[in-house]
Design a protein around this ligand. Structure first.
Ligand code: FE2
Ligand code: FE2
Length: 175
């Protein structure tokens, strides 16, 4: 089944959205590298890799559907932040934006009755739900920790350990 042109265009845009997201997280990781929070730097670095895997998953899908891949420039990401909370608030907004994009894509896939695309997008919708949740959980705990250095360091250490998702995802994306 030929990929509907409108859907093909949006899937191509999503390759760019995911790569942009990867860049946003890489900038966040770089910001944390300039602070004592090496665990948060690791979290954002892993997140950046995950977004690259998402971009590649969309890329591979467009290729597998025998449609043309059209790559676009990636915008310069925001580089200054006020605090760990500020970074995680931006991260949550970023994820909410991506959820909206995937939701819109799903709607188009539904309109053109492309069930294979719907299946791919469902995987992404579940992924978005998990990502929004993990960012929101960390944000809630950061708010609770406030300015207490000991609590912040506990959260930082925890953040460094959040690796499982990335690894299982990479295993997934290679299938
Ligand atoms: Fe993503
Ligand atoms: Fe994400």
């Amino acid at each position: 089944m030929t990929l509907n042109p409108k859907l093909a265009k949006l899937l191509n845009e999503q390759i760019n959205n995911e790569m942009s997201s990867s860049y946003v997280y890489l900038a966040m990781s770089a910001w944390f590298e300039q602070t004592p929070y090496s665990g948060f730097a690791q979290w954002m670095f892993n997140q950046s890799r995950e977004e690259t895997m998402h971009a590649l998953k969309f890329y591979q899908y467009v290729v597998d559907r025998d449609a043309a891949v059209v790559l676009q420039p990636i915008a310069k990401p925001k580089a200054d932040f006020k605090s760990p909370i500020d970074v995680f608030e931006h991260s949550l907004k970023q994820e909410q934006k991506v959820t909206q994009q995937i939701n819109d894509l799903f709607e188009v896939a539904e309109q053109v009755k492309d069930h294979a695309s719907k299946n791919l997008l469902l995987w992404f919708l579940n992924e978005q739900m998990e990502e929004e949740k993990s960012v929101k959980d960390m944000l809630d705990r950061l708010k609770l920790a406030g300015n207490d250095p000991a609590s912040l360091l506990v959260l930082d250490r925890e953040a460094a350990q959040r690796k499982g998702a990335t690894e299982s995802q990479e295993a997934d994306a290679s299938h």
